[in-house]
Design a protein around this ligand. Structure first.
Ligand code: ADP
Ligand code: MG
Length: 381
């Protein structure tokens, strides 16, 4: 069991307030991701959880026990960093054994920790533990190599292995994949998810990459500017962001944002058209968010929008059309499946419509407003 809870955490460095009252609950066996732009305080929060930093205010609880002033080594958490920090002169097997030796041996016996002592009987259980971990990570054939003889991905797995041999209460990972090339990152995402399943332990994972957060997390906490803006399962955050900042940060390509207004009958107006969408609110100006997959091309009709194709991105399976609607506005992006073929060419004048059910309306503070689609019966009356 390892429930973790961070309560009302505040942290300043000099005059800079880095964490401004953060609450986070992590359930046993969850894969929780802290995701947000660089500098928002993710690493600081993780380091406070690990005990490497002290909060100015607030508490850290593990299994209900207040560990706020407990030393990092006594929290039984394992940290994996972006830089792998493997000892270059030791084999992978020796690297993986160091945390075990450091923990198990009495101070007087720690000296030969880097030596070739593998044959001594007292290390047998440690060797078995390393072998078992290596099997889980599928790095058995690498155990006798040195870090310099491994690829980036293999080194990353070895670093994970070193974190795993101790059987910690939870794994804390700070951007562990950011040194890897794009293809390997995608591969390691799948590996980490599977590893999480196999180990059945708690993972707390920091990243600025929303794709990593979306693909791996049981729940993700979107952080900005020292605060958690939203915390929930990835599909919930993607489909139902509660602020415009979250809506813009999650999703690639980014959500389309179009400025608009609410008329006197509570109808949403954008791009000189009144929509059959009601948003009861006093907000003087609004922002409409709609994801690229929720726009579609159509034939010309009275409520269709029109624009010029200004750019086409072909991603193989998907096509993204950038449409210029009004000179001053950002282009709107429509996503279509490549199966549908190339529907339009550069500079074509095209018509499109929006899926009103999927539209998100934000007030002038960026907070989500409740909307509902006007039913045909209402329209008739
Ligand atoms: P993230 O991991 O989200 O990129 P960090 O938690 O590393 O953000 O940093 C948040 C802010 O705190 C940054 O502005 C950073 O410069 C500052 N900061 C982090 N650690 C220290 C430190 N030890 N001393 C001073 N400022 C720090
Ligand atoms: Mg960081």
């Amino acid at each position: 069991m390892s429930n973790i809870s961070l309560n009302n955490i505040y942290k300043k460095f000099g005059a800079t307030e880095v964490l401004k009252g953060v609450d986070l609950d992590i359930r046993d066996k969850e894969f929780v991701t802290l995701v947000g732009p660089s500098g928002c305080g993710k690493s600081t929060l993780l380091r406070i959880l690990a005990g490497l930093e002290q909060p100015d205010k607030g508490s850290v609880l593990i299994d209900g026990k207040n560990v706020t002033s407990v030393r990092p080594a006594d929290r039984n958490l394992s940290m994996v960093f972006q830089s792998y920090a493997l000892y270059p002169h030791l084999t992978i097997s020796q690297n993986m054994m160091t945390p075990l030796k450091l923990r198990d041996l009495k101070a007087r016996e720690r000296l030969p920790v880097f030596g070739p002592l593998l044959s001594r009987a007292k290390y047998r259980p440690l060797i078995d533990q390393v072998k078992k971990t290596a099997e889980i990570l599928k790095i058995t054939e690498l155990l006798n190599r040195k870090p310099g003889q491994l690829s980036g991905g293999q080194r990353q797995r070895a670093a994970l292995g070193r974190a795993m041999v101790r059987n910690p209460l939870a794994f804390l990972m700070d951007e562990p994949l950011s040194n890897l090339d794009a293809a390997l990152r995608v591969h390691m995402r799948a590996e980490l998810s599977q590893l999480h399943q196999r180990l059945g332990s708690t993972f707390v994972y920091v990243t600025h990459d929303q794709a990593e957060a979306l693909t791996m997390s049981s729940r993700m906490a979107v952080m900005m500017n020292g605060k958690i803006l939203q915390y929930g399962p990835p599909d919930e955050i993607y489909r139902n962001p509660n602020t415009i900042e979250v809506a813009k940060f999650i999703g690639s390509p980014a959500i389309n944002i179009i400025s608009g207004a609410i008329d006197e009958n509570a109808h949403v107006k954008i791009l000189d058209k009144t929509l059959d969408l009601l948003a009861p609110s006093q907000s003087p100006s609004i922002q409409v968010g709609i994801r690229p997959e929720h726009l579609s091309f159509c034939n010309e009709h009275v409520s269709a929008f029109k624009g010029f194709v200004s750019h086409i991105e072909n991603l193989g399976a998907d096509l993204f059309y950038h449409l210029k609607i009004q000179e001053e506005e950002q282009p709107v992006i429509i996503r279509t499946s490549a199966n549908e073929g190339l529907k339009h060419r550069l500079k074509d004048l095209v018509h499109f419509e929006l899926n009103l059910d999927k539209m998100m309306i934000f007030d002038h503070h960026g907070l989500r407003l409740q909307t509902h689609v006007n039913e045909p019966s209402e329209m008739a009356s």
